[in-house]
Design a protein around this ligand. Structure first.
Ligand SMILES: *[C@@H]1O[C@H](CO)[C@@H](O)[C@H](O)[C@H]1NC(C)=O
Ligand SMILES: *[C@@H]1O[C@H](CO)[C@@H](O)[C@H](O)[C@H]1NC(C)=O
Length: 249
C-alpha cells in the first residue's frame, strides 16, 4: 500500500497524463466521425487549408500500409514460383491499400493522386489509371511492383484487387513519412503520417500496419496496429477488424 502511494505521488504528472491519454482515446474513438477534419489544397509544395469539399473529403481512406516487406533472399531464386520457402513467397514489395468506407456509394478515383510528402506536386506522384473505381466497402491496392505483388498474393488473397496498369513510383520510407491521397483537383482526401516508433506499431518485416476501424482517426497512432497475419490483408478486411468483430459478437 505504502509503496503504491509513494510511486503514485512521485509519478503524479505522468499518471495524470496517462489518464488524459486514455480519456481522449475513448472520447476520440466515439467522436472522430463527427469532428471537423481539416481539408487542404496542394499549391506547389505547400498545403493550404480550404473549405472541406463535401464530395470527396474522407471518401476514400488509406487503410493498410506495407512499408516493410520481406526481401527476396538471393539472386539465384529469381523465379519466385520455384521458391519452397513459405516466407519468401510473401516478398510482395511495398504496397498500400485504399478503402471506400461508404455503404452505398461507388467512388471513381480515376486521375486521383497518391504521394508521399517528398514527391508532392512532382511528376513522381502515383496517378490512378482511368476507369478505376472502388465499390462500397471495398478496397483496392497500389503496389510498387504489380508482378511481385501478384506472385505473393493469389487471387483469393488480394491479387485481384491490385491496380494493374500503374505502379508506385516512390518508396515508402521505413522510418515513416506522410502519405497523401489527392483527388483529381489535387485536394487532399486522406493523409497519414506514420512512423516506425512507439506509439506507432512496431512491425517485423513482412507485416503491414492496419487501420483498426473505418471510424478511427488515421493520424492517431493508436488507430493503427501491426497486421496479425504475416503478409497483411491486402484488399481484404484488416485482420484486426475481424478480431474486433469476433470479440464484440
Ligand atoms: C472505361 O470504361 C468504359 C466502360 O466500361 C469503356 O467504354 C471505356 O473505353 C473505358 N475507358 C478506358 C480509357 O479504359
Ligand atoms: C518486378 O518484379 C518482377 C518479379 O520479381 C521482376 O522480374 C521485375 O524486374 C520487377 N520490376 C521492377 C520494375 O523492378
Amino acid at each position: 500500500m505504502k509503496t503504491t502511494k509513494r510511486r503514485r505521488s512521485h509519478h503524479r504528472p505522468k499518471f495524470f497524463f496517462c489518464l488524459l491519454l486514455v480519456f481522449f482515446y475513448f472520447v476520440g474513438a466515439k467522436t472522430t466521425t463527427k469532428t471537423t477534419r481539416f481539408f487542404f489544397e496542394v499549391e506547389g509544395k505547400e498545403a493550404k487549408k480550404v473549405k472541406p469539399s463535401e464530395e470527396d473529403f474522407g471518401a476514400i481512406l488509406i487503410s493498410e500500409i506495407m512499408y516493410n516487406p520481406i526481401k527476396t533472399k538471393s539472386s539465384e531464386s529469381s523465379s519466385p514460383e520455384v521458391t519452397t520457402d513459405d516466407t519468401e513467397k510473401k516478398a510482395s514489395g511495398e504496397w498500400v491499400e485504399f478503402l471506400n468506407p461508404s455503404g452505398t456509394d461507388e467512388v471513381d478515383v480515376s486521375g486521383w493522386f497518391f504521394s508521399d510528402e517528398k514527391n508532392l506536386a512532382k511528376s513522381s506522384m502515383f496517378q490512378f489509371p482511368s476507369n478505376t473505381t472502388i465499390k462500397p466497402k471495398e478496397r483496392i491496392v497500389v503496389a510498387k511492383n504489380v508482378t511481385k505483388f501478384e506472385i505473393a498474393y493469389g487471387e483469393n488473397e488480394g491479387a485481384s484487387d491490385v491496380v494493374k496498369d500503374a505502379a508506385l513510383p516512390f518508396r515508402l520510407n521505413n522510418k515513416g513519412e506522410k502519405l497523401l491521397l489527392l483527388n483529381a483537383k489535387k485536394e487532399i482526401v486522406h493523409e497519414v503520417e506514420y512512423n516506425d516508433k512507439a506509439p506507432w506499431p512496431i512491425v517485423f518485416a513482412g507485416y503491414s500496419i492496419e487501420l483498426t476501424s473505418q471510424k478511427s482517426d488515421a493520424n492517431d497512432p493508436f488507430s493503427w496496429v501491426s497486421s496479425l497475419t504475416f503478409g497483411g490483408t491486402p484488399g481484404r478486411e484488416n485482420s484486426v477488424e475481424l478480431v474486433n468483430k469476433l470479440v464484440n459478437n
